[in-house]
Design a protein around this ligand. Sequence first.
Ligand code: ADP
Ligand code: ASP
Ligand code: MG
Length: 422
Amino acid sequence: MALIVHKYGGTSMGSPERIRNVAKRVAKWARAGHQMIVVPSAMSGETNRLLGLAKELSPEMVTPSMLRELDMIASTGEQVSVGLLSLALQAEGMEAVSYAGWQVPIRTDSSFTKARIESIDDSRVRADLAAGKVVVITGFQGVDADGNISTLGRGGSDTSAVAVAAALKAEECLIYTDVDGVYTTDPRIVAEARRLHTISFEEMLEMASLGSKVLQIRSVEFAGKYRVPLRVLSSFTPWDIDIDEEAESGTLITFEEDEKMEQAVVSGIAFNRDEAKISLLGVPDKPGIAFHILGPVAEANIDVDVIIQNVSHDGRTDFSFTVHRNDYQRTMDLLKSAVLPTTGGAELTGDPKICKVSIVGIGMRSHVGVASKMFRALAEEGINIQMISTSEIKTSVVIDEKYMELAVRTLHKAFDLEQTGS
Ligand code: ADP
Ligand code: ASP
Ligand code: MG
């Protein structure tokens, strides 16, 4: 008998029929002798609907008090889900109880819309489990020290599930979703994408941070920090498939680099269309210029991703960086007012229609020529690279958004990913 956490995403919870299926699957696990905690998301489309309603009343959500209300609204989708799932479990003959984040409580900081989990009180949940109940806990939401409801950012139910698994020292956290595992790239973009049987924790961390939305990045960080065994699998298999077969299906995030993984130089391709590029052309090339430009951006709490500074001509240089697309206009306005007047005639330009495409693989550590192979493949398709950024196990390029799908497909082929899934 083990303590297991299941997480079900929005599509998996998308209708009463699907919720009934989730309940049957969970009941199967409970009847096999496991203690079960289930963390569902809001029904598909619900969080968008709620955020849309809020936007109708308040198009610009910037102040902390607005963001507080946004979380109050967005968190309700998950509250409906836990109640429905608990009812469905009871209809299956299980004893089940649902909790909102504040009832557990799952404590977070007060960064509304992107709160971080600080602690989870396990006493109530443990008592229920000991009494033989299935415990259903809201994904995505928590409560801050002042009792305000907070949410963990889009896709945050993954993080709720892993954090609950870590707090209760669960044997495994199973993330049930609408694909049957982690693929070499998003299977909705590349039909030939292959499911990976295993992916290393480090690679998963890069894939998630570079835009693969199959797992929220913070859930992977949590899994790494607390060594939570994590598996991504399908909620669309028949609920009554053999439990041992189900337990081995999908993709396991592993903490050991085994030999099999070493073979693939590139394991996956991630992409992200949420970024925008900003350039300052003809800024004076002198010590402190990067700080002069990016200091005010950092002070405004805007995250900067890729940065490049060109070689200078006649004492002047071009400086470019990317920010989240939601922060694009704010950053442009900020530079116009706080930076341009003191950069001696520099010109400000921006492009919100860019995307970032990345290749990821721990094999890149021990192989040379991987980046150049990437650049050649893109050049052969006539795709212009605007920016490049590399780390030990990834290379990212910023390109025009209209070439995104072509670039992902081209790279998937160039690195033989149809054939080499681990
Ligand atoms: P859920 O609602 O279950 O949390 P998400 O939509 O957040 O589901 O995540 C699952 C989706 O992630 C898939 O439908 C798929 O389109 C997308 N995805 C992106 N990259 C990958 C990848 N490398 N492997 C699998 N799925 C991916
Ligand atoms: N319902 C939230 C969202 O749509 C959280 C999640 O699905 O993980 O972002
Ligand atoms: Mg998700």
